[in-house]
Ligand binder design. Structure first.
Ligand SMILES: [Zn+2]
Length: 363
């Protein structure tokens, strides 16, 4: 234990230095540098049994209580198990997650790799302390320590949050399967225009970066939060660009419970950036074997789903503190009377779009 403690202490020195310096990285004409130096590698941390959990050692992030972004590469699945600063406890249990009503901050389960963004509502000072815990990918509950648990670890990078811009361009790249209702240029442009109109009040300006066809898209994509492998072949990870895949049937399939849930759209995690299979997937056909043809989706409805999924991609859950049910982030965006994002939702999206526009850490 002594060896591990001293290694973490050395890591802490490096993290503090970087967070203090990144704000000063400006060129002579005052433009912020946007190279990979915004990210600092913390190190590789092994899980160790603690009671009935498998947790990493605590990482103390100096001057991070006002918020930070963390990138994690994990063996299997992981979740934030503890997150606190000197005055608040944000996460106190490994069961935390998107459905946790008691959690002060919500984080999707990380499958393989993922971004975490901690953004307290009020400015504060001091360090933040974080531990990750191992999650069972098939149940999304904590992995129990046992004698035959294989050794595994997480690799972590941290950076300070970018300055919040007033407006940001988010390039979208369309990938059309054979059930795509937007395969022609005119239909793509019509969908883009509708989505752009929904997003314009938030300061997010979506543009079409490119369009291609994907003949390898299957009739049906089953998906579960713990396993994004069916999504990965259909997106092309590239910093700053959001892949939009016009797929066939999309179904949430729970490997343990055996439940199947029809989805109009999905992203692999929140935020989706840098997650395996990161992209927005839109459904183009029914999931029953009897009706294999494309479904007819009005462009207005699909634009709402696209805007909603981009919200997830850019860090939004269905609820945020200042919002009621009547925003585009309601679970069914087609049914809301007033298709808007709240001011807090708009700020969160711009923060994530700013992160999206900068390079992820070299791995
Ligand atoms: Zn949703």
């Amino acid at each position: 234990m002594k060896g591990r403690a001293s290694a973490v202490m050395r890591v802490l020195g490096a993290v503090a230095l970087s967070l203090a310096l990144t704000g000063c990285d400006v060129t002579s004409d005052g433009e912020a540098l946007t190279d990979a130096s915004a990210w600092t590698y913390i190190g590789e941390l092994a899980y160790a049994p603690q009671d009935d959990e498998l947790l990493t050692a605590a990482v103390e992030l100096a001057d991070a209580a006002q918020g930070f972004a963390l990138f994690a590469e994990v063996d299997g699945c992981a979740q934030v198990a503890r997150l606190e600063d000197d005055t608040s406890t944000w996460v106190s249990a490994l069961e935390s997650g998107p459905s946790c009503a008691a959690c002060e901050e919500r984080f999707s389960v990380i499958a393989g790799a993922g971004l975490l963004v901690h953004l307290p509502p009020e400015p504060r000072a001091g360090p933040a302390r974080l531990r990750l815990g191992k999650i069972d990918c098939e149940t999304l509950t904590r992995a129990r320590p046992s004698a035959d648990t294989p050794a595994s670890s997480v690799r972590l990078w941290v950076r300070e949050l970018p300055t919040l811009p007033r407006e940001l361009v988010v390039p979208l790249r369309f990938h059309h399967g054979r059930f795509s209702p937007r395969a022609s240029d005119a239909e793509s442009e019509a969908l883009l225009a509708e989505a752009a109109a929904l997003l314009a009040p938030t300061g997010i300006r979506v543009v079409l970066d490119g369009s291609s066809t994907d003949d390898t898209l299957p009739d049906s994509i089953p998906w579960f939060e713990g396993d994004p492998s069916a999504l990965e072949p259909h997106v092309e990870p590239e910093d700053g660009v959001v892949d939009v895949v016009f797929a066939g049937c999309l179904e949430h399939v729970h490997p343990e419970l055996g439940t199947h849930t029809l989805l109009d759209g999905l992203v692999p995690r929140i935020p989706a950036q840098a997650a395996p299979g990161a992209g927005i997937f839109l459904r183009g056909r029914a999931c029953t074997a009897a009706s294999l043809g494309p479904i007819s989706v009005p462009v207005e409805s699909q634009a709402r789903v696209l805007a909603h999924e981009l919200g997830h991609y850019l860090g939004l859950y269905h609820r945020l503190e200042d919002t009621d049910a009547d925003t585009l982030m309601a679970p069914n965006p087609a049914l809301v009377a007033n298709p808007v994002f709240s001011p807090a939702q708009a700020e969160r999206m711009r923060l994530h779009a700013a992160l999206l526009s900068e390079p992820m850490p070299d791995r």
